[in-house]
Design a binder for this molecule. Structure first.
Ligand SMILES: *Cc1c(COP(=O)(O)O)cnc(C)c1O
Length: 455
């Protein structure tokens, strides 16, 4: 079938303000050419992130009304805890207000200066939290991922050889190994169960804990079901349970596969980790049975986690990405292949080869998409990941990508057709686009708030 079947009907609508191209150009100028500084109402299609931007189901909204706002041991906490235990089988469960709070408390309690944290690929907040604690965050992504257009089903896999070398040389400095499903930064590409098992057996040799960044565990489970041998007949829940059975701990943003607008968790099997985490949680987030969330949020998250494991939902979710990617590939647009789990990624370095990396081609493309069609995407390139050398020169990121992340259950097929049309229009005038310079930047996560100016 060519048509996406959205397995839901729309019960409530939210108007989108349509604004002219002239207005969009003016708004972007006022936002210092950084789309993070735009007002959301000036974005006709907002693909900045899939984080916390999804539409909740009728069941989740009904759950919100059942929220038990008791400070300690609430009914909503019990539901949250038992749902996560069913999916993960993990012993200690702590709510946090979002994913980075779990990461920051993990770093605070388990990471010290001089440590090394290997990961298939750190997400930006994970990297920032590990580096802030004085550790080096090491990305050990598989070989296949470096070729952006290569069709390989599990481009999020950990590079086993590199992890082995790293453990052999530095195991004393490694408090834990992380693995991120799916690999957000590298195209939403999944990790296979076979790779997870190999990582598990490697860390076991050194008795080092394995921590899953589980933000998109359900999307990853769908890829395992549809792409990995031996899983076609399994339920997504069974696959998720198997994934979690291979790790000692996990961090999660429930704004992703929790299908909620806020929430996160940290879970672990180690009693000593749990004790340290709990004490840090009480100090920073709240009592361990609410962890910075309202009872109604705990309800929405518990219901959303199970909805994310619905096969109809995941089939539809994947179809939206595949649909858009197929149309872009057909038009010759450089994109990351194969389709990831939550976004379409344009390769800005190939899209705009005339713009040097010091002038941030990913940002040039993001800004062009906004001016052309009011679409807000995000640049994953040298503005986000670039560093400075000793003399202040830019060390560029390995790739210049533009991520168009799809909010869950929000946009319809005609919105996707519109997005394709906008990308094609920008493609048609790509030679006229130019790059950007940084006018002002903060010390951490500069892409969020930097001021830019056109070259
Ligand atoms: C979003 C995300 C996080 C951080 O979660 P927040 O809820 O945004 O703090 C961590 N890791 C990955 C892979 C993510 O996508």
């Amino acid at each position: 079938m060519q048509t996406i079947f959205e397995p839901f009907r729309i019960k409530m609508t939210e108007p989108i303000k349509v604004i002219s191209k002239e207005e969009r150009i003016r708004k972007l100028h006022e936002a210092h050419h950084n789309v993070f500084l735009l007002n959301a109402e000036d974005c006709m299609i907002d693909l900045l992130t899939d984080s916390g931007t999804g539409a909740m189901s009728a069941r989740q909204w009904a759950g919100m009304m059942l929220g038990d706002e008791s400070y300690a041991g609430s009914r909503s906490w019990k539901k949250f805890e038992s749902t996560i235990r069913t999916i993960t089988g993990i012993k200690h469960i702590f709510p946090t207000h979002q994913g980075r709070a779990a990461e920051s408390l993990l770093a605070l309690t388990q990471v010290k200066p001089g440590d090394l944290i290997p990961n298939n690929s750190h997400f930006d907040t994970t990297r920032a939290n590990m580096e802030y604690a004085g550790a080096e965050a090491l990305d050990l992504i598989c070989e296949e991922a470096s070729d952006l257009e290569k069709e390989f089903p599990f481009k999020g896999n950990m590079h086993i050889g590199k992890l082995q070398d790293c453990l052999e040389s530095h195991h004393e400095k490694i408090p834990f190994v992380m693995i991120t499903v799916t690999n957000n930064t590298g195209g939403g590409q999944p990790v296979s169960m076979a790779n997870l098992k190999e990582v598990r057996s490697l860390v076991d040799q050194y008795n080092i804990p394995l921590v899953l960044d589980a933000c998109r565990f359900a999307e990853n489970a769908f890829f395992i079901k549809t792409q990995e041998e031996g899983y076609a007949q399994k339920e997504l829940l069974d696959i998720a349970q198997e994934m979690f059975s291979l790790v000692d701990a996990a961090t999660m943003s429930l704004k992703k596969d929790g299908l909620a607008n806020i929430g996160g968790f940290f879970i672990c099997n180690q009693d000593d980790w749990a004790e340290q985490f709990k004490n840090a949680l009480i100090l920073r987030e709240g009592f361990p049975t609410y962890g910075g969330l309202a009872g109604r949020d705990l309800e929405a998250c518990a219901i959303g986690l199970l909805e994310a494991l619905s096969l109809d939902y995941q089939t539809y979710r994947h179809a939206t990405i595949q649909y858009m990617l197929d149309k872009l590939i057909k038009a010759g647009i450089p994109v990351v292949r194969p389709a990831g789990g939550h976004a379409v990624f344009l390769d800005a370095a190939k899209f705009l080869p005339h713009i040097g990396k010091v002038h941030f081609p990913a940002i040039a493309l993001v800004n062009a998409l906004y001016c052309e069609g009011g679409i807000r995407a995000v640049g994953l390139g040298s503005l986000m990941f670039g560093k400075y050398d000793a003399s202040g020169g830019l060390i560029p990121a390995p790739h210049e990508l533009v991520r168009m992340a799809f909010p869950r259950r929000v946009y319809t097929q005609s919105h996707f057709d519109y997005m394709v049309e906008v990308v094609l229009n920008v493609w048609g005038k790509r030679s006229e686009l130019s790059g950007y310079l940084i006018e002002k930047e903060p010390p951490f996560l500069r892409h969020f708030s930097a001021w830019l100016k056109p070259v």
